[in-house]
Design a protein around this ligand. Structure first.
Ligand code: DGT
Ligand code: CA
Ligand code: CA
Ligand code: ZN
Length: 583
């Protein structure tokens, strides 16, 4: 039992009680309990197991008993009984965007719908549109949401597989017969979502490494178990392939299994033009060609060099011009994690974050950053406990105080007082000019009215960019990977407006967002728009999201010069004020 397991059960109880139409206070108690379990600073699982939850705010008597039963026995009678009253598949319905408990309840009670398959059928047969509170338009929305789920059903967010990659690589490298191990495929290329993981080892004893790979505790199913190829499935459904090659095949194999397929095809064409065949194991003279035998390639770099190319970083291997640039020696020197000097979009306990300003600051200092921007939610984001004017002014004062203390202590670290300010439907901002002017910077974001028509949404974002106080636009398209499509917005037009006004665009590194998408950054930098890599951190651990952001930035061909938060402290201070100076 983990903290997440306990919280999940409480959350799911709340959902089912809602379907049963139970007392809202009781439902609220389970939700609060789940949140408390997630946030509790100590070992809550152990406390629950020992029955020592008394006195913890947010966990009432009834919940204490249940958590104790769950943590000590791994089961909860109440929960087993409750879930027995519903078909197991009913939870699927909560994954459909736009379906909350009220709608699920109506679908279940009125139409007996308890699975996505049944819901889809009912939509097609026009039964959903006829239901009170639904109508033609909402039935159409549900159909679209189901289609979206179906196309994403077998993919995983980068952030949801990174820990598994590390775990499996460590395990492979720990085997004595493993000479080298690496992850390839879409994960190595830093794609925002992946279908499966592709591991590669160099070894003189492939069978031993394969046996080791399929024999680990985390293997739920073994899909294939051969001498040089195996596939397993993890508990969460993620498939992991492993290939074993000889050490002198490593470079060709790693390039092949990293892909992309389109990159491989183009590289193979280039080899072919030079009289060679290239496959997943080796480069060899084509039959009948005059080409001489190539040397053994130790690293991918040597293989690229043999074909007249500079080394191409995995993130660029999408056949988007990287091969031509490598041939012309014009590849950019891509940004690296070490280049970041600070970040700007971070939340604290003042709005919906989990850590205080000083805690976030300490975590940033520990990461070696020179500055940290605090940008809590603004007042309209009441669901995220957004700050009203009084609270924001108090926070600005707190930040100024902390900065004085750092200065007194001879620390060069600095906090910046910002805000993630809601952009209203008409493009106006959530605070008045006077307060905005007191802030060091503003991240302007859309958090409501996300379904505006494209022209209105575009005008809304452009108007925000035109404010002299808006330093940067936050999570520009609002997408949630595998869950919510981007807003309808004319991205090139917004990029153009940002270029005209000197507004920066955020690359939000929260693994659910990774927004703006890497495919747009080459256009943005071409237009002269600057990027800011922000974790959208809600707790200290989230600062590590920066790693995902760097991956996306590299996929977008960004260099340190394109990214504002690579600037050292003195330069960033000036840059933050530049737009207001333009007037
Ligand atoms: P994914 O798993 O859908 O997120 O994307 P990838 O790129 O990881 O694709 P995957 O797992 O099917 O294959 C891993 C790599 O193996 C792929 O990036 C390139 C290489 N590969 C797979 N199939 C082919 C193929 O038919 N032709 C070529 N040239 N390469 C292939
Ligand atoms: Ca893959
Ligand atoms: Ca694969
Ligand atoms: Zn936001």
């Amino acid at each position: 039992m983990t903290r997440e397991d306990l919280a999940d059960v409480l959350e799911n109880i709340a959902l089912l009680l809602e379907l049963k139409g139970e007392n809202p206070f009781k439902i609220r108690a389970y939700r609060t309990g789940a949140e408390t379990v997630m946030q509790y600073p100590g070992d809550i699982v152990e406390k629950a197991r020992l029955g020592e939850l008394e006195g913890i705010k947010g966990i009432g008597d009834a919940l204490q008993q249940k958590l104790h039963e769950l943590a000590s026995t791994g089961k909860l009678g109440f929960w087993e009984k409750l879930r027995g009253e519903f078909p197991e598949t009913i939870f699927e319905l909560f994954d459909v965007q736009g379906l909350g408990p009220k709608k699920v309840k109506a679908l279940y009670e009125e139409l007996g719908i308890a699975s996505i398959a049944a819901l889809k059928k009912a939509c097609e047969e026009g039964r959903v549109a006829g239901l009170t509170g639904f109508g033609q338009k909402s039935a159409e929305k549900i159909r679209e949401a189901i289609a979206f789920l179906e196309t994403n059903a077998d993919r995983f967010r980068l952030g949801d597989v990174a820990a598994a990659v590390e775990m499996i690589l460590d395990s492979l490298k720990s085997h004595p017969a493993c000479l080298r191990a690496e992850v390839g495929g879409s994960f190595r290329r830093g794609k925002e979502t992946v279908h499966d993981l592709d591991f590669l080892v160099a070894t003189g004893d492939p069978q031993a490494v394969m046996d080791h790979f399929v024999g680990q505790a985390w293997v739920k199913d073994t899909i294939a178990h051969g001498r040089t190829k195996s596939s397993i499935r993890l508990e969460n459904g993620l498939q992991c392939d492993l290939r074993a090659v000889a050490n002198d095949e490593w470079a060709c194999a790693l390039m092949y299994f990293t892909g992309s397929k389109e990159h491989n095809v183009a590289i193979r064409g280039r080899a072919n033009d030079r009289g060679y065949t290239l496959n997943e194991y080796r480069l060899a003279p084509r039959e009948g060609s005059e080409a001489k035998m190539p040397p053994v390639f130790g690293e991918e770099r040597d293989l690229y060099a043999f074909l007249g190319l500079d080394y191409i970083a995995p993130e660029l291997r999408e056949n988007g011009g990287e091969i031509e640039a490598a041939a012309a020696h014009t590849l950019p020197r891509l940004i690296e994690l070490e280049n970041l000097r600070g970040t700007f979009h971070n939340h604290t306990t003042a709005s919906d974050g989990r850590n205080t300003v000083p805690e976030m600051a300490d975590a940033a200092r520990e990461l070696g950053l020179q500055y940290l921007g605090i940008a809590d939610h603004s007042k309209s984001s009441f669901q995220a406990n957004g700050l009203d004017e009084t609270r924001l002014r108090a926070q600005i004062a707190e930040i100024r105080d902390l900065n004085r203390r750092y200065a007194d202590e001879g620390e060069t670290f600095r906090l910046f007082a910002g805000s993630e300010v809601d952009i209203h439907k008409d493009g106006s901002l959530d605070y008045d000019e006077e307060l905005l002017a007191e802030l060091d910077y503003v991240v302007a974001s859309v958090h409501n009215a996300m379904t505006l028509p494209e022209a209105e949404m575009t005008a809304r974002l452009i108007r925000a960019a035109e404010s002299p106080h808006v330093t940067m636009l936050g999570h520009l398209t609002g997408r949630l990977l595998l869950q919510r499509e981007p807003y309808a917005v004319d991205i090139p037009a917004v990029i153009e407006a940002c270029a005209d006004t000197g507004t920066w665009i955020e690359l939000n590194c929260n693994p659910w967002r990774l927004d703006l998408d890497w495919r747009w950054w080459r256009l943005a930098t071409e237009k002269g728009v600057k990027c800011v890599i922000n974790p959208d951190g809600h707790r200290v651990a989230d600062l590590h999201y920066l790693w995902f952001g760097i991956k996306q930035a590299r996929k977008g061909w960004l260099t340190r010069a394109d990214v504002m938060n690579c600037l050292p402290l003195d330069a960033i201070e000036e840059a933050l004020g530049a737009k207001r100076k333009r007037g």
